[in-house]
Design a protein around this ligand. Structure first.
Ligand code: ZN
Length: 242
């Protein structure tokens, strides 16, 4: 099965549509949360994601905040202004959909979590220390996470008590070996100084992971962000990928 792995779309419909075009054919979609927040198209992104084939979708911290389940003071000023805007614009149907989602699910040999298997909503896996804390409790061979907006991978070989970072060149098929933690990066707000939308293609039979990047019309999204009255910083950062 060819699985399109998405995360952190953040209400950026232009980036989402570009990724769906670029990925072209896939059998299933695994979306690792944060459909909304920051961007101008929350309802459109939720509608589009729901139409995707064999969808497994998680909820992220921004989605939970948009539902009022996380207080806004846990976010920085710009993020919380965007969440407040999202709360004002989410339709009842969009809210109901988000409220139906979980932040972690087991699909052996994969665990899917927004943040991490240990703390599915909030923990960022950014380095080998964080990855090791999660390998210690991981119940499956592989774990896919989002949340950091960074395409990252870690491997812990059998019998070892520490992990190593995995290089993830774009468009190169990585062969999966037990055990690995992988992040596809962010569709709607990449933070690795590459403004192109990030995603990954996972082959669950061949056990390969292919990191992908695709450029999209950032200017169109910036225009909608500013027209909507969202913080200008959310528009500026998309050009630099931070
Ligand atoms: Zn996010």
């Amino acid at each position: 099965m060819r699985v399109l792995v998405l995360s952190d779309i953040h209400a950026n419909l232009t980036a989402l549509n570009r990724v769906l075009d670029d990925a072209s054919s896939f059998d299933a979609v695994w979306c690792l949360g944060d459909l909304v927040g920051y961007g101008p198209d929350p309802n459109e992104c939720i509608d589009r994601v729901q139409q995707l084939p064999r969808l497994t979708c998680l909820i992220g911290n921004h989605d939970l905040a948009a539902l009022g389940s996380i207080p806004l003071h846990r976010f920085n000023a710009d993020a919380s202004a965007s969440i407040a805007w999202t709360q004002d614009h989410l339709t009842a149907a969009s809210s109901a959909y988000l409220a139906s989602l979980k932040a972690k699910t087991l699909m052996p040999p994969f665990t899917l979590a927004h943040g991490s298997p240990r703390q599915e909503v909030w923990e960022y896996i950014l380095d080998h220390h964080g990855a090791d804390r999660n390998f210690d409790i991981l119940e499956t061979d592989y774990c896919l996470v989002g949340h950091s907006h960074l395409p990252l991978g870690f491997v812990r070989f059998p019998g070892e008590s520490y992990c190593l970072p995995v290089q993830l060149p774009v468009d190169v098929h990585l062969s999966l070996t037990p055990r690995m933690i992988l992040n596809p990066g962010s569709v709607g707000q990449p933070r690795d100084l590459d403004p192109r939308a990030a995603y990954a293609l996972l082959d669950t039979e061949a056990l390969t992971w292919e990191p992908r990047r695709v450029a999209y019309a950032v200017g169109d999204v910036q225009e909608r962000i500013l027209d909507a009255g969202l913080p200008e910083r959310q528009a500026i950062r998309l050009v630099g990928g931070w």
